[in-house]
Design a binder for this molecule. Structure first.
Ligand SMILES: [Zn+2]
Length: 297
């Protein structure tokens, strides 16, 4: 939420979070960053996209700022430490909307040994990504479709820009996990899924986790049916065929376990958002010693 005031760009939401929670990192979702740890998550109002299926539309698609809520960067970092969080997540709405606020918090958090997580639609400029590299550890980026006109007309974003962001973030050394919310009939054709999976495998790397998430009727798409598990499993098969090593199904009651891509040993056992077993040893498989990609310390 920015406003041009007398030629100066001002972030209206600076210091005004609207949603704030302590969540497991698995809920972001990030499965390859400090599994089972707690994350202080917050967002403000506003978004640069107009997704008709937005899960947080009540805050993302409003411009009403509650100025009675005032949290300074210092207070945010103190709160994260007090809650025992290992990271701060900039999430719920698009964090580039409140980038100056996020960065002031993030730089402080980093000094205190906390990690910083962006949950974003991937519409960052190359300049922002370059800046992020100095303080953002990980990002979950949505790849919402493989159709440029759908991105432009329906979401009011752009596919090429999102692909560019993903490539740049990986190159910048930010740990990236990709999420695709599957909506039957809109973005789940075999062809689209094959293209998405190939893009991740070839341009980002086969170790980049792909989260396939089920759509539920919501916001302007309350009449559209929920996505079935079979569709997620079809997408999973397509992803595996493309060579992706870590595919996770979300919004469905299926365990999102992490297996060693080399010897198939179960390394991290998850039930819902809870890690029940973590056999990872210094980032490697306990059975074959293969190094598992991720941020583990
Ligand atoms: Zn192994």
């Amino acid at each position: 939420m920015n406003q041009n005031t007398n030629g100066e760009l001002k972030t209206l939401v600076y210091g005004h979070p609207i949603a704030l929670n302590v969540d497991p990192v698995e809920k972001k979702p990030l499965y390859h960053l400090l599994p089972g740890s707690k994350v202080l998550s917050f967002g403000t109002v506003g978004c640069n996209f107009k997704c008709p299926f937005c899960q947080n539309w009540d805050i993302s698609q409003t411009n009403i700022i509650n100025e009675n809520i005032e949290v300074s960067p210092e207070q945010m970092v103190e709160l994260a430490i007090k809650e025992g969080a290992s990271a701060i997540a900039y999430t719920y709405n698009e964090p580039t909307i409140f980038y100056p606020y996020a960065k002031d918090i993030g730089v402080l958090a980093k000094k205190k040994g906390l990690k910083n997580i962006f949950v974003s639609n991937g519409f960052e400029t190359p300049e922002i990504i370059e800046d992020m590299a100095s303080w953002v550890d990980a990002a979950n980026i949505d790849l919402k479709s493989w159709d440029e006109s759908y991105y432009k007309k329906v979401l009011k974003g752009g596919l090429e820009a999102v692909k560019d962001t993903l490539v740049r973030m990986v190159k910048a050394g930010i740990w990236v996990e990709v999420t695709t919310l599957l909506i039957e009939g809109d973005n789940d054709s075999d062809e689209a899924l094959t293209q998405m999976a190939s893009f991740i495998a070839e341009e980002l790397g086969v170790d980049v986790p792909w989260h396939l998430s089920a759509f539920y009727p919501n916001y302007k798409m309350s009449e559209h049916h929920a996505t079935g598990i079979a569709t997620l499993q079809r997408a999973e098969r397509i992803g595996k065929k493309a060579g992706l090593k870590h595919i996770y199904l979300g919004n469905v009651p299926i365990a999102g376990n992490t297996y060693c891509p080399e010897c198939d040993t179960l390394i991290i056992d998850r039930t819902g958002y809870t890690v029940t077993t973590n056999k990872l040893q210094d980032g490697t498989c306990p059975h074959c010693n293969k190094s598992i990609a991720g941020v583990w310390s």
